[in-house]
Design a protein around this ligand. Structure first.
Ligand SMILES: *[C@@H]1O[C@H](CO)[C@@H](O)[C@H](O)[C@H]1NC(C)=O
Length: 496
């Protein structure tokens, strides 16, 4: 633990002044964060979440090959991909969302990724898309999950030791899942942009697959949690419907292919698919704010007057997030962190901040500001709020700790993560069985393996953080917390 070298008065100032002077606040950071270091770590985290056969250039060395027979029970190859969080299930819905957001991070902020990090970020995207290509290899079928979550959650086991049920779950015409299929199409389409000039053949493969998967998602409409309820709920249950993923998939296909059919699809289905719903939500389940921001770019660039309503929604989203406006709908902790109930709050912090930053750039290029009632919000204000959230994550917060493992002098020591909390295969070559892991789970000791770059669920609404494994809502990292953070850190590493 590092000495406490911040004057208390400074912290108090930062906390209480936040709401009053956000508009004029240029600097609320005592340290000056090392955004490039944080960027490098945020990408490295994805290597720790890898499933399958690890490549020779794997940098997270305490991990080994795992899940090498995934898909075998269904006679398909479903090895690879990412574990979503601190367990060993490969949940397709959040994995696809993670891949979409990693791609968006590279598309908008890849130019800001110096020192080899662009290459690392692209590898992180490809680890996701290589798997999604396997999951969509057969027409009319999408494999949406590997691993029985009840069997998995009943054990505290290293991925390398897994002996839990690796059931492969699928959707098809009779058991549709427009949510997970729509998100998978979005991920493949977004990634096709990442690889467009870097690997044109791979990019075409991704785009063609995205087209097919989207067609399947649209033709066979339904929520995957209807037929797969027992396997996906309550973990990644589709709570808010599949309509948003259809619009989201079409929006990414429009951006990737520039084919008119997708724009026409969006315009035609805007009302049916309830584009204006829940404007301030963005995450693996709800894509609304993301759709609005993504499509607004087209409007702001003067390329799509017929999508104007999405820009109006995006403006409304911004006004609902900014603190201190009469329109504010989003809560903030006393220390200034965006807070939404329901656990794993940092996923909201990073995804909403990403949208603030992306939208701010689109507005700047068009020389626009956001009208919020009597006042207006400048692109610079949006950026300051996004930066404030990132700085909070990195250590400018009441506990003066970073919520990213391995970054800064103080960070979470007991994250809710099987691989990180159990001894590595190198340190303990013999198997640690399902229940034999419990003593490591319950131990008060710090985790033996640093999952560098992992950002945890984070503090509660009072800015308090227990740093305790059983508090999974606070101490579990997830891939979809980090995916948008990669873009944010890239931008601030180049502009600070
Ligand atoms: C936040 O966590 C702290 C410490 O664990 C606890 O005392 C407090 O009651 C929590 N606040 C809320 C609103 O849950």
């Amino acid at each position: 633990m590092a000495p406490n070298h911040l004057p208390a008065s400074f912290q108090l100032f930062c906390t209480t002044a936040f709401f009053l002077i956000l508009l004029h606040l240029h600097h609320c950071s005592a340290f000056g964060q090392n955004y490039h270091d944080a960027l490098r770590k945020s990408i490295l985290f994805f290597e720790g979440q890898r499933s399958g056969k690890l490549p020779p250039d794997q940098r997270v060395r305490w991990r080994r090959d795992s899940g090498l027979h995934d898909g075998a029970s269904a006679e398909v190859d479903l090895t690879g991909g990412y574990y979503d969080a601190g367990d060993n299930v490969k949940f397709g819905f959040p994995m696809a969302f993670t891949t979409t957001l990693l791609s968006w991070s590279v598309i908008d902020f890849g130019k800001n990724m110096g020192g080899g990090e662009l290459g690392n970020a692209i590898k992180a995207v490809k680890w996701g898309t290589d798997y999604l290509l396997k999951a969509t290899a057969h027409d009319g079928v999408v494999y949406v999950q590997v691993g029985d979550p009840l069997s998995d959650h009943n054990c505290w086991e290293r991925p390398e030791d897994m002996d839990t049920l690796r059931t492969a779950y699928r959707i098809d015409a009779n058991n549709p899942g427009s949510d997970v299929a729509g998100e998978t199409a979005a991920a493949l389409a977004a990634a096709s942009i990442v690889f467009r000039s870097r690997d044109p053949a791979y990019s075409r493969l991704l785009l063609n697959r995205a087209v097919k998967v989207f067609e399947f998602a649209d033709r066979h409409r339904g929520a995957y949690s209807s037929s797969l309820h027992y396997a996906v709920c309550p973990f990644y249950c589709d709570n808010n419907g599949y309509q948003d993923e259809l619009l989201w998939g079409a929006a990414w296909l429009h951006k990737a292919s520039r084919r008119r059919v997708y724009r026409e699809y969006i315009v035609r289905n805007e009302v049916v698919l309830r584009a204006g719903d829940t404007i301030n939500e963005f995450g693996w389940d709800n894509k609304h704010a993301g759709i609005n921001v993504l499509l607004s770019k087209e409007v702001l660039m003067g390329r799509a007057a017929d999508l104007k309503s999405f820009q109006i929604n995006a403006d409304e989203f911004i006004c609902s997030v900014l603190p201190g406006f009469s329109h504010t709908q989003v809560q903030y902790s006393p220390g200034g962190l965006i807070f939404k109930a329901g656990g794993s709050n940092m996923q909201h912090v990073t995804s909403l901040s990403f949208l603030l930053l992306a939208y701010s750039n689109y507005l700047s290029h068009a020389n626009h500001a956001v009208p919020c009632g009597e006042t207006s919000a400048s692109p610079a204000l949006l950026k300051r709020l996004a930066k404030r959230q990132v700085d909070y994550i990195l250590g400018d917060n009441p506990l003066r700790m970073s919520y990213m493992v391995g970054y800064g002098p103080r960070y979470p020591q007991r994250i809710h993560h099987r691989g990180s909390s159990l001894p590595s295969v190198q340190a303990h070559p013999t198997r640690i069985g399902c229940k034999a892991g419990s003593r490591y789970y319950l131990s008060p000791n710090p985790n033996p393996n640093l999952l560098v770059g992992a950002v945890v669920g984070g503090p509660n609404i009072s800015d308090a953080f227990p740093d305790s494994r059983p508090y999974f809502q606070e101490s579990e990292p997830t891939t979809y917390i980090n995916a948008p953070l990669v873009g944010l850190l890239a931008y601030f590493s180049a502009h600070s």
